[in-house]
Design a protein around this ligand. Structure first.
Ligand SMILES: [Zn+2]
Length: 67
């Protein structure tokens, strides 16, 4: 379930700066967990700097950060 989204190519992140750039703003509402997981179909995982993030287009509360 949702496995195709795990191996998201880096190039795709590069052409979606809106998801990646405002990281400082996102982290204020983001939960920090030892492990992150996708909660709904709008959730997608993003790997940055060796950490895994979950961003969601449907529910902002789904945003998570690993570490
Ligand atoms: Zn979600």
């Amino acid at each position: 379930m949702g496995s195709p989204f795990i191996a998201r190519p880096l190039l795709q992140s590069a052409i979606q700066p809106a998801l990646v750039s405002p990281s400082l703003t996102l982290m204020r509402t983001m939960k920090v967990r030892a492990s992150v997981k996708k909660i709904c179909d709008g959730c997608s995982t993003v790997k940055r700097r060796g950490k895994v993030f979950v961003v969601c287009s449907k529910n902002k509360k789904h945003k998570q950060r690993q570490g």
